[in-house]
Design a protein around this ligand. Structure first.
Ligand SMILES: [Zn+2]
Length: 305
C-alpha cells in the first residue's frame, strides 16, 4: 500500500530502544510475502507516526529502517521476506541478510521499466520475483496491454509475480495518487491474464480487499492463484479482516493464502500483522501454520526450515 500520509503530528522521537525483550525463540518459522524497502521516503521526512497505533516513527533512513525491520523479523522468526521497491535498496538488504531476503522488482508505471534490465538481473541470480506491481496507482488495470510484457516475462522466467489489487490509503486519489481508482480493485480483471499465461505464478496482494466475492470467484475458477494478507491484517478493522479471511478459508482456499505484512515504513507492523493471523479464533493451528509459512514455501518453492 502506498501511503504517503502527511501527518501533522510530529512526535518527539525517542531512542529506538527495542521494547522489553520478549523471548520469541520458540516461535515456528514465518514467511512474509510482502515487505518494502526504500532508498528514501517522504514519510521519513515527515516522521509519520504509525497510522494505527500513533507510535512515533523511529527509523528514518534506509539503514535504520532495514536494521529495525530485520530485528522485527528476527523477533517473530520471519525466516524469509519478499522485499520490493526500491530495487537498489532491496539489493542492499539482500547483501546485508542474504538468507532472509527474496529480492523482488516492484514498479508502478509499466511504460517506464527496462525489461532488458530485469532479464539481466534474473540471469545474474539476483532477481527472484516481480512485484509489488502497483499499476493500479497509475490507473492501469491488470488486463491493460501495457502490463502484458511483464506477465509474459514472468511466465517465461518462471518467477512469482505479486500484484497490488485492492485498497490504498483512504482518499489517495485526491493527493498522492490522482489516477488511483478503487474500481480497478476487482480481482476478476486478472482473468484474461491467467488465460493468456496459464503457467504464471501469481499472487493477489492484499487478497483484493474489499472485493471478496470477486476474489472468491477468481480463486475458484483459477486454482493456481494465491493471495497475500498484506496490510489488511493490521490496517483495516480486525473484525473486518477476520470476516474476510474466514470467508476465503471457508470457501476452501486455506492453502493458497500467504501471510504478508506490507511493512512500509513502520517495522512494528510485522508483529501487528502476525497478531492479525494468530488472533483468528476460527483458524485451526494447522491453518495458521499454512498461512504463516507452508503455503509460501510451496508458492515460492523454498526449502522447509
Ligand atoms: Zn499494495
Amino acid at each position: 500500500m502506498k501511503t504517503r500520509i502527511l501527518s501533522l503530528i510530529l512526535l518527539t522521537v525517542f531512542a529506538s530502544a527495542a521494547p522489553a525483550q520478549k523471548n520469541e525463540q520458540n516461535r515456528p518459522p514465518i514467511i512474509d510475502a510482502h515487505v518494502h524497502a526504500f532508498e528514501k521516503d517522504e514519510r521519513w521526512t515527515h516522521k509519520v507516526a504509525n497510522p494505527l497505533t500513533g507510535q512515533p516513527m523511529t527509523a528514518t533512513t534506509e539503514q535504520s529502517h532495514m536494521q529495525a525491520t530485520l530485528a522485527e523479523m528476527k523477533k517473530y522468526n520471519v525466516v524469509k521476506a519478499v522485499i520490493s521497491n526500491d530495487y537498489q535498496a532491496v539489493l542492499r538488504w539482500k547483501a546485508a541478510s542474504p538468507d532472509h531476503i527474496i529480492a523482488s522488482y516492484g514498479f508502478y508505471d509499466p511504460s517506464s521499466q527496462d525489461l532488458a534490465f530485469l532479464r539481466r538481473e534474473h540471469a545474474a541470480g539476483r532477481l527472484m520475483a516481480l512485484g509489488e506491481i502497483g499499476a493500479q496507482y497509475e490507473g492501469i488495470a491488470p488486463n491493460d496491454p501495457k502490463m502484458e510484457p511483464y506477465f509474459a516475462l514472468a511466465e517465461e522466467l518462471d518467477i512469482p509475480v505479486g500484484i497490488h489489487i485492492g485498497l490504498s490509503k483512504p482518499g489517495i486519489a485526491y493527493d498522492d495518487a490522482p489516477k488511483y481508482r478503487a474500481a480497478l480493485s476487482n480481482p476478476l480483471l486478472l482473468e484474461e491474464v491467467l488465460i493468456r499465461h496459464p503457467k504464471i505464478r501469481i499472487y493477489v496482494m492484499h487478497a483484493g480487499w474489499p472485493m471478496l466475492d470477486q476474489m472468491v470467484g477468481l480463486m475458484w475458477a483459477h486454482p493456481q492463484v494465491y493471495v497475500d494478507t498484506g496490510v489488511i491484517d493490521w490496517a483495516v478493522p480486525r473484525k473486518e479482516f477476520h470476516v474476510y479471511l474466514r470467508r476465503l478459508v471457508e470457501a476452501g482456499f486455506g492453502e493458497r493464502i500467504m501471510f504478508g505484512s506490507d511493512q512500509m515504513v513502520w517495522p512494528e507492523t510485522i508483529g501487528m500483522a502476525v497478531e492479525g493471523i494468530e488472533s483468528a479464533a476460527f483458524l485451526t493451528e494447522q491453518q495458521k501454520r499454512d498461512i504463516l509459512y507452508n503455503n509460501a514455501v510451496r508458492f515460492f518453492r523454498l526449502d522447509k526450515k
